[in-house]
Design a protein around this ligand. Structure first.
Ligand code: PLP
Length: 371
């Protein structure tokens, strides 16, 4: 239950194992066109969606590097590791980044963004992380936040890598210009692919670009090939088959039911872990639906807790950056069920009981080897 990659449905595994087809052939055109149609329904957009053969980091880089020219200003609220990575990526491509440093137990808020935009009329776009996977904090009012950016005529770029699909985020309704998702998280697809929606307004900015970008991240190249339902470079064909099947499963279940399941499972996990004395890290209004970040209790070593959970069958993730030893992160993503959440809570209860018993500690892993 780490925040991606998530376990794959047997239908996705089967789809991954088919024969490779040429990415310039008819079969591929048909696959890509179906896949993009499915992706548009999940992103809730009538605009373009592209799929890149890369993990989401590259798609986030594309999202910030393409619509702005070197020297132009980008506002980035930073509330954790992925916000900071977004800001650093933009600087690498020559943008002037205005960081809006915020507390890590919160996510971007409309008031702070409004104030920053009012202070600096040169800011061309706002790029933010919707769900900060490193802290388990999610934007609580995306409608007002999007309005704050769009009513001032700026571009809105959203890293929804760990939330899109699992949480309502209707791209067109909100006016998001570029939205990035990772295949391996709430979409329950294989790792190695990322998805990117691009609005008409974003394409206009991308097309006025003067200095070229490296070919692989130049979205104009991707658009050129999109017209013939192809990708500019050799894609991971089998992964695309897997992702197409994963999206088919979501749409068969119904997007809103898929999202309701995410919400039910995470509120159950918050409830069960609270009764074990574990406190979520983010302030209540920012608690993520897809990444549940819990504080490691006083007197327990974070790494040890993770090791002991894994021995008992629960693979969770540690904190990141300065929160590395302080948090454990458990995902409610993809093919999550209430049953899996209950099992996870039971394992956490047993592990905490084991670690809190006063005795000379002997790691379970070592004990197993000796037995
Ligand atoms: N942005 C967010 C919010 C993420 O959670 C992640 C990965 O966990 C990334 C970006 C980078 O994604 P990837 O590891 O697929 O490159």
């Amino acid at each position: 239950m780490t925040p991606g990659p998530v376990e794959l449905h047997p239908r996705v595994l089967e789809a991954l194992s088919g024969q490779v087809v040429s990415h310039r052939g008819q079969e591929f055109h048909s696959l890509y066109s179906t896949l993009l149609e499915h992706a548009r329904r999940v992103f809730q957009t009538g605009g373009d969606v592209l799929v890149m053969t890369s993990s989401a980091t590259l798609a986030v880089e594309c999202a910030v590097a393409n619509p702005l020219q070197p020297g132009e200003k980008l506002l980035v609220p930073v509330h954790g590791i992925f916000g900071e990575r977004m800001a650093e990526a933009a600087e690498t491509y020559g943008l002037r980044v205005v960081r809006l440093q915020g507390p890590w137990d919160e996510a971007a808020g409309p008031e702070q963004v409004e104030e920053a935009l009012a202070r600096d009329p040169d800011i061309k776009a706002v790029a933010l992380v919707h769900n900060e996977t490193s802290t388990g904090a999610m934007v609580s009012d995306m409608v007002r936040l999007a309005e704050a950016v769009k009513c001032r005529g700026r571009l809105l770029i959203v890293d929804a890598v760990s939330s899109l699909g699992g949480v309502p985020l209707p791209v067109d309704k909100l006016g998001i210009d570029i939205c990035v998702a990772g295949a391996q998280k709430c979409l329950a697809g294989p790792p190695g692919l990322s998805l990117l929606s691009v609005s008409e307004e974003a394409w206009k900015s991308i097309e006025r670009r003067e200095r070229p970008l490296p070919a692989y991240i130049d979205l104009r190249k991707h658009k050129e090939f999109l017209a013939r339902m192809e990708t500019p470079f050799t894609p991971a064909v089998n992964l695309l088959y897997g992702l197409n099947e994963a999206l088919t499963i979501i749409l068969e279940e119904g997007l809103s039911r898929w999202q309701e399941k995410h919400a039910r499972c995470s509120s159950l996990l918050y409830h069960l872990t609270r009764s074990l004395g574990l406190k979520p890290y983010p302030k209540e209004m920012f608690r993520s639906i897809t990444v549940i970040a819990l504080q490691v209790p006083e007197g327990i070593n974070g790494s040890l807790l993770l090791e002991e959970l894994e021995v008992r069958g629960l693979v969770a993730a540690r904190g990141m950056g300065r929160l590395r030893e302080k948090l454990i992160r458990i995902a409610c993503m993809g093919n999550i069920t209430e049953e899996k959440v209950e099992q996870a809570a039971q394992i956490i209860a047993q592990t905490l009981e084991y670690l809190q018993k006063p005795r000379i500690y002997k790691p379970s892993k070592e004990k197993k080897l000796n037995d």
